[in-house]
Structure formats: structure tokens, C-alpha cells
Ligand binder design. Structure first.
Ligand SMILES: Nc1ncnc2c1ncn2[C@@H]1O[C@H](COP(=O)(O)OP(=O)(O)O)[C@@H](O)[C@H]1O
Ligand SMILES: [Mg+2]
Length: 271
């Protein structure tokens, strides 16, 4: 089976807090996942409640887990705004981190078909670069990445609905790619409304919300447990992890707090 098979976005799963999640579970699970019953192809679209809330970290953590499980995995950042030229190659920080976490490496113009120079809203960066961001090159690039790997993790841009041009935005990109969506909730004041509005927008586009990850980006956040409980009671998909504020926010560290076994279609435990 494939995780991309249609699942009712609302009935996909009961809200769960997955209290069994913990760093100790993941390493022993990984070889099992590699050996038995993993979905034949996995593609995920990672979106977030905002920019700078941990989409890249979570995307890289998922890639890290897949790679450790022996899966041929490739990250994609179809639209990246903010690039600098080094040795004749345009580098974007997110794209570089996704490449570092992947074990399938393709030309950069495939994993990031729109590498924009200015670190600003993509429609502005695109206009300044004299390009128009369109769906077809993104879908063509994704098709190529998917053909070359067993798992693709596509990182969105900013929040869920970022304008790309007068007639295209990041929500439409997700719609066109039609992948199960993982929502990263950056736990800070205001995230409840951001998360619930984002989920409304995902469900309205008939996309599958495959799961959500809490990322504790604000070490000063009060009532974290209560906020997470409020989300869990309202989000019709499994919580795949709760990443604490990390001293060293690496993919490997963050991966210890994400449990992909919570994904629909993923084997949940060894039998
Ligand atoms: N759980 C965390 N603990 C500490 N720092 C974090 C955590 N999550 C993210 N960060 C840091 O916050 C910044 C934004 O994270 P990033 O994954 O790039 O967000 P996004 O992709 O949503 O813009 C990065 O510098 C990252 O290292
Ligand atoms: Mg990012």
C-alpha cells in the first residue's frame, strides 16, 4: 500500500496524544520498519503554522529516520527564497539541510526548481528574479524525485497559504502534489488558531492530514501540556511527536521525538 492512497481526512484517526512516544522507542523500531511491511512508497508534504517554527527540522528528522531505516529518501524544497552563490552554485539553507539529511541526491534544480535569491515573500523574490512560479515545473520535478526514491519529503514555504504569483500559491502547490500533509505546530502563543485554520484549509482542499508534530520552539511557553491537549482534542489526525526545545536542534536529535509508526498505513509495532 501507499500512504498516498486516499484516506478520509477527518475519519483517518482519532486524536491521540501518543503518550508512549519517547526517544527510547525509535532506534529499536527502525530495523523492524525496514524489514517488514513498510508502505511501498511514501511521500509527505510538510507544512507549518508559520515560518521559522521547525518545518525544516521536522522534514530533516523524518528523512533521518527513513534513511536510518534503510529507505532511499529524498527531501525537496520546491520553492526556496533566500539563496547565495557559492562556487557558482546557488545555496539555500533549507535546501542544503534537506540534501544533507537525504541519501538520494539529485541535481539541485530538481529538488528545488525555484531557487530564489532574495530572502523575502516568494512572490516578491520571484518578481525580482524575473521568474513566475508555476505548478508544472514543480510537479515535473516531484515526479522525477519520486521516481528516483522510495520516500519523498516535500517542505512547504512559510505557512500553508503563501502567495507565489497572482494565480498560484503554496496551498495550490500542495493540492497539485496531492500528498498526505504533516502539520508542524510551533508551540507558542497564537498557535492554536494558526493550527486550526491551517487544518481547515488542508481539509477544504481534500488533502489528507496524515499527522501533526508539536515543536517546542519557545522555551518560555507557559501551559505547554494544556495547549497540546487543546490541539489534540481538535485535530482529527495522530500526533506523531513532541519535540522539546533542543540545545542542539539537529535532525538526529529531533528524530528521537518523532514516531512515524503513528502514520496511517505504517506498521505500529512489532508482532
Ligand atoms: N525544537 C527546537 N529547539 C531548538 N531550536 C529549534 C527547534 N525547532 C527549530 N529550531 C530552530 O528554529 C529555527 C527555525 O527552524 P526551521 O526548521 O528552519 O523552521 P521553518 O522551516 O519552519 O522555517 C532554526 O534555527 C532551528 O534550528
Ligand atoms: Mg524551512
Amino acid at each position: 500500500m501507499s500512504l498516498n492512497d486516499p484516506v478520509d481526512p477527518v475519519l483517518a484517526a482519532e486524536p491521540v496524544l501518543a503518550p508512549e512516544l519517547g526517544p527510547e522507542l525509535e532506534p529499536e523500531l527502525q530495523p523492524v520498519l525496514a524489514a517488514e511491511g513498510m508502505p511501498s512508497h511514501i511521500s509527505l508534504f510538510v507544512t507549518g503554522t508559520d515560518t521559522e517554527i521547525g518545518k525544516t527540522l521536522v522534514s530533516c528528522a523524518i528523512l533521518h529516520t527513513l534513511v536510518a531505516a534503510g529507505v532511499r529518501a529524498c527531501g525537496m524544497k520546491p520553492v526556496a527564497a533566500g539563496a547565495e552563490l557559492r562556487d557558482g552554485v546557488l545555496h539555500n539553507e533549507d535546501a542544503d539541510m534537506l540534501i544533507a539529511a537525504s541519501n538520494v541526491h539529485l541535481p539541485r534544480n530538481i529538488t528545488t526548481p525555484y531557487m530564489l535569491r532574495d530572502a523575502c515573500a516568494p512572490h516578491i523574490a520571484a518578481a525580482r528574479d524575473g521568474v513566475k512560479i508555476e505548478a508544472v515545473p514543480i510537479i515535473a520535478a516531484y515526479t522525477e524525485v519520486a521516481a528516483a526514491s522510495d520516500a519523498v519529503v516535500v517542505e512547504g514555504v512559510g505557512g500553508f497559504r503563501v502567495p507565489f504569483s497572482d494565480d498560484f500559491d503554496s496551498a495550490q502547490m500542495a493540492e497539485q502534489l496531492n500528498l498526505p500533509v504533516i502539520l508542524v505546530v510551533g508551540l507558542r502563543l497564537g498557535c492554536l488558531s494558526h493550527a486550526l485554520l491551517t487544518i481547515e484549509a488542508i481539509v477544504r482542499r481534500d488533502l489528507v492530514l496524515a499527522g501533526w508534530v508539536v515543536n517546542e520552539i519557545d522555551p518560555e511557553m507557559n501551559f505547554a501540556d494544556e495547549n497540546i491537549a487543546a490541539l489534540a482534542a481538535r485535530i482529527p489526525a495522530p500526533m506523531l511527536g513532541r519535540i522539546p526545545y533542543l540545545e542542539h536542534a539537529t535532525a538526529e536529535e529531533a528524530a528521537k521525538f518523532i514516531n512515524l509508526a503513528g502514520l496511517p498505513g505504517w506498521p505500529s509495532r512489532r508482532d
